[in-house]
Design a protein around this ligand. Structure first.
Ligand code: ADP
Ligand code: ADP
Ligand code: ZN
Length: 218
């Protein structure tokens, strides 16, 4: 593979988590999802979780300070030494600038930034049909990725699934607005650094995976 420190960018429901999990398996590098970190904090009822929950439920972005703090701590950990796939971070230009500083301190570089592009009109059904195995975190969809055996997780056999509180039709508009206003400016930011690859995420999951492997050079 061409790179070990990757960013997966794309709109909410665009398939970042699905693809990041596959890359994690394939390349043995960890997926770092700020959304998962925040949901863990909410579940644990920590002060950070309590603060973040209202913002997430409104479909807005949590403050750069909180998010950069989470990532700064996480990338110190030993399992990140071989590399990582950032999923859902950075989401603002200040977050991207903070990441550049964090990596520079460690004399590390990003290898590639991949935008998984999906048109807005697809995202409502992607988001409202999403559910996840409560035990292992495998992602599913009511229409596009059902468990092989109904009600049983393909990966771990669990029969318990969860849906995210923010995956309601009501939040989709706010989340898309945040994406276009605050996250889309990152594409020119990374393009200027020569790191950006854009792939079409509006295709079957396996087809997108193949394309992702292609741009990552395998
Ligand atoms: P993100 O992490 O970008 O928010 P997910 O990977 O959770 O997105 O995908 C959102 C939903 O769409 C999930 O239910 C997932 O199973 C489904 N999904 C992911 N990729 C595709 C695809 N290429 N085609 C159809 N559905 C997809
Ligand atoms: P999605 O799968 O829809 O892309 P995530 O799981 O990545 O969503 O994030 C869920 C929510 O967590 C976001 O709507 C936002 O409130 C918060 N969040 C996650 N990552 C970030 C980030 N990098 N900056 C600010 N807020 C974030
Ligand atoms: Zn499972």
């Amino acid at each position: 593979m061409g790179g070990k420190r990757l960013i997966l960018m794309g709109p909410p429901g665009g398939g970042k988590g699905t693809q990041a999990k596959r890359l994690q398996e394939r390349y043995g590098i960890v997926q770092l999802s700020t959304g998962d970190m925040l949901r863990a904090a909410v579940k644990a009822g920590s002060p950070l979780g309590l603060q973040a929950k209202a913002v997430m439920d409104a479909g807005k972005l949590v403050s750069d300070e909180i998010i950069v703090g989470l990532i700064a701590e996480r990338i110190q950990q030993s399992d990140c030494a071989k590399g990582f796939i950032l999923d859902g971070f950075p989401r603002t230009v200040p977050q991207a600038e903070a990441l550049d500083r964090l990596l520079k301190e460690k004399e590390l570089k990003l290898d590639k930034v991949v935008e998984v592009a999906v048109p807005d009109e697809r995202l409502m059904e992607r988001i409202t049909g999403r559910f996840t195995c409560a035990k292992c975190g495998e992602g599913y969809h009511d229409t596009f990725k059902q468990p092989k055996k109904p009600g049983v997780c393909d990966v771990c056999g669990s029969t318990e699934f969860t849906r995210r509180a923010d995956d309601s039709a009501a939040t989709v508009g706010a989340r898309l607005k945040a994406y276009h206003d605050q996250t889309a400016p990152l594409m020119p930011y990374y393009k200027a650094q020569g790191l950006l690859e854009v792939i079409n995420g509006d295709r079957d999951i396996d087809v997108v995976s193949k394309d992702l492997e292609r741009v990552l050079g395998t």
